[in-house]
Design a protein around this ligand. Structure first.
Ligand SMILES: [Fe+2]
Length: 291
């Protein structure tokens, strides 16, 4: 399946109980101790919280995390190597992706410019989650014929209304995992609360292995290890496309989140755009109750 579609969905692979319990502790502590490395893509008002997208660097000792131990217990590495046919893996990113309450829908995008990218995204579902959309490799050729603007390098194509016959929808239960080539077009989608782990795994050859020091059975990069110092994390975080230096608790940002809250339940602007878009070239109700 991976060779043909560029992704594989494995059902009922692990017991999510301990990993979810540990993840909830990390999320709560990240809020309580004001962990700087939280990504927020659309801040809708929540009292005393921010509408986070994910906790980055979740293994760090700052968060008293036992997440790595629990992840090693899941022990998915052999299965992943079998699916991808990679000789070994390294792991360059991990995010604890969590929605507290509101619907979430990303743009259509790729995490990598090209297909057969040599790296994959792994999603370990810790709660039931329906709606993640992915365009299989074997359907992309036809998609490009019908929509020439969906070229490989054009990796962000916004909220284009791609016909349903081009994409698969993943209906995941806690304990399932999804692995996909980072170059595949996909769209994050969740209604209400969700928690999963997102991990980027790279094909690891022997020369790379000899040149770098890795951590754990999954060969995590050194900045992801639990005792990584904050200065080391900061230098990595500064290279991220996301800006971690935003204070969401300023009056201006709080007011903006209240504005987003009103738009969530009464999406008037989105409704007007929907009416004006006569050919329905786009989808419009992302980040709203009508998503
Ligand atoms: Fe993505």
């Amino acid at each position: 399946m991976f060779e043909e579609k560029g992704y594989e969905f494995v059902k009922n692979f692990f017991d999510p109980t301990e990993l979810l319990e540990e993840s909830n502790k990390v999320i709560n502590l990240a809020y309580k101790k004001k962990w700087k490395y939280i990504k927020v893509y659309h801040n809708i008002f929540l009292s005393n919280k921010i509408n986070c997208f994910c906790i980055s660097f979740p293994f760090n000792k700052f968060l008293n995390s036992n997440l790595l131990d629990k992840l090693e217990k899941v022990n998915y590495k052999d299965k992943l190597l079998k699916i991808t046919k990679f000789k070994d893996i390294s792991s360059s990113a991990i995010e604890l992706q969590h929605n507290q309450k509101f619907n979430y829908q990303s743009t259509w995008h790729r995490d990598w410019e090209t297909l057969d990218s040599g790296n994959v995204v792994l999603i370990l579902f810790l709660t039931d989650e329906k709606g993640f959309r992915i365009i299989p490799k074997n359907l992309e050729i036809n998609l490009r014929k019908d929509f020439p603007d969906v070229a490989t390098k054009n990796y962000k194509i916004g909220y284009k209304n791609i016909p349903k016959n081009y994409f698969d929808i993943i209906d995941a239960k806690a304990g399932d995992f999804l692995v996909f080539d980072s170059g595949l077009l996909h769209q994050g989608f969740a209604k209400g609360k969700r928690t999963h782990l997102f991990i980027r795994h790279n094909d690891l050859n022997d020369s790379l292995k000899a040149n770098e020091k890795f951590y754990s059975i999954y060969n995590f990069k050194s900045y992801l290890r639990p005792d990584a110092e904050l200065a080391e994390i900061d230098s990595i975080a500064n290279n991220d496309t996301f800006n971690f230096n935003i204070n969401y608790f300023t009056l201006k940002n709080k007011l903006k989140s209240i504005f987003n809250l009103i738009n969530y339940y009464i999406p008037l602007i989105k409704f007007l755009r929907f009416i004006v878009d006569l050919k329905k070239k786009k989808t419009h109700f992302h980040y709203s109750i009508f998503q």
